[in-house]
Design a protein around this ligand. Sequence first.
Ligand SMILES: [Mn+2]
Length: 352
Amino acid sequence: MYIVRYILSSQTMQMQNFEELKKLLSQSKRIVLLPHRNPDGDAIGSTLAMSHYLTKKGHECEIIAPNDFPKFLKWMDGAKRISIAEYNPGKSRILIEKAELIFILDFNSISRIDEVGDWLQRSTVPKIMIDHHQEPEQFDFMYSDVSIPATCQMVYNFIEAMGDMELLDKTISECIYTGIMTDTGNFRFRNTSASTHRVVAELLERGIEIDKIYNQVFDTQSPNRLKMLGLALDSLEAFPQHRSACMFLTREQQFEYGSQKGDTEGFVNYGLGISDFVFSVIFIEDQQNDFIKISFRSKGSFDVNAFARKHFNGGGHINAAGGRSELNMEETLQKFRELLDIYKEELQAVQI
Ligand SMILES: [Mn+2]
């Protein structure tokens, strides 16, 4: 009965030597799966979904995240078993040394996984990268497609291409849905395609409860998070001429409200809620290190991936990217204001 569905929802998955990989996966292997640093819904969703799938195929799977991830992702089945390299580097290193295959999901550059990247480079086993970010590095097996809104959608395509749709159960479907929901901004970013919705239709048929998933991810905020959002919004500086807004949070403010990992997630999007604005940025002082983390969001053709790469040592997607600044907050804000002037015409030309 899955044959018809296979044709219905199939998107071409392009991976060189896919048949070779299929052969590798036909016998039980010790497999390590890696998400990127500061894993988000798509990173955790895709590694968990792939791990559940590969486990069902008879493999032994371990997920190693470079650092911890927010509580609103820990409800997913298997999330609590993810090894955090930051807390337990010895165990994580040994798992990588013992792995016979390594999956790299939702990132494409070794620099995005800190110390784990060094262990990865020392490993000579085949590496499979599945990711939707731009400018991938080279890996043994690569499925890279920047037109797909979430790596989780690519994991679905991978399972389908493997001919294993009968293994796609409710648990795997929940993980895939979480990644697609979060990476598409609840199905509203432009690259959310008909295929995305076809995939989601299949997930719904596996019994996922979308209201529960939404509640777990979005309606579990702490009062302190909302108060911090208040501070961030209060710092908002609007540049109507540049159709841009920026906000910031200091280390002290985060400390005062006992900021937890993930607490500031999504704040940046509020700037895009201003009428006609196309570019929003939030500057957040890192709580441990002496730098400022930056999130960039845009609408339409304004490419924040290019902006972040060029000026703030970062990158990402055309409408969502991250970066960092080693300057202090006032200097960083000043640098940003000056940059806005350089981009004024480009910002004014954006069609929304
Ligand atoms: Mn992603």
